[in-house]
Design a protein around this ligand. Structure first.
Ligand SMILES: C[S@@+](CC[C@H](N)C(=O)[O-])C[C@H]1O[C@@H](n2cnc3c(N)ncnc32)[C@H](O)[C@@H]1O
Length: 193
């Protein structure tokens, strides 16, 4: 008999929510399915969890990265999670209730400051930048670099190399790696201020 674990069932319900939300708002959600654990691992392996005390996650979706951030973070680390979709945001807020939740990344600076964070060590992004209007994309990128600490890092994934020129202009070092075990396969950008 093929018995599913609780985690498998959760994954299935997350996938269904994600697919439904993609059908409702394809350009906001940006992919048919949540990221894989391989992509989550690549996104988060560059973070020194012992030293990070303030982190923001942008575009959390159904929380694949949030789950690992929650597990790995130092107990004193403040985490601000941004997700525009109300249903997905409520789902992850119920699961990881000790984090702070906000709606729109456009209010990143204001919202992060509202919970007493002056600057961030790390920003982790799942935002579909390629589908976001140019002026909005630049606004978000500008807010991120301004709120990062001098040695802060911005970690983002994309399905193309379209963001490379903009990020190279803004950051002193940009390391790019490729994750084939994801649908679609993705590039991870680790950007050092
Ligand atoms: C490609 S999905 C990634 C979800 C998740 N991080 C993952 O990797 O499975 C992009 C997510 O960004 C969210 N999003 C898009 N624009 C946003 C905005 N301006 N503010 C907050 N969230 C946004 C979408 O609702 C969607 O859940």
């Amino acid at each position: 008999m093929n018995l599913k674990t609780a985690e498998d069932c959760l994954n299935l319900s997350e996938r269904m929510i994600f697919l439904k939300k993609f059908i409702e708002a394809p350009s906001q959600v940006g992919s048919l399915t949540p990221s894989s654990r391989f992509l989550a691992n690549k996104m988060l392996e560059c973070i020194d969890w012992n030293t990070v005390r303030a982190l923001a996650e942008l575009g959390a979706g159904t929380g694949i990265f949030t789950k690992y951030i929650y597990r790995l973070k130092h107990p004193d680390c403040k985490v601000a999670v941004f997700e525009k979709d109300k249903v997905m945001r409520s789902e992850i807020a119920a699961r990881y209730s000790k984090l702070s939740y906000f709606e729109d990344v456009l209010y990143l600076t204001q919202n992060v400051k509202s919970i007493g964070i002056k600057s961030l060590d790390v920003v982790v992004s799942g935002l579909p930048f390629a589908l976001i209007e140019e002026s909005v994309r630049e606004n978000i990128i500008e807010q991120v670099i301004k709120i990062l600490k001098p040695k802060g890092i911005f970690v983002a994934f994309q399905y193309s190399l379209q963001m490379k020129p903009l990020l190279l202009k803004k950051y002193s070092q940009v390391d790019i790696s490729f994750v084939p075990f994801n649908f679609p396969p993705a590039f991870v950008y680790v950007c050092h201020k």
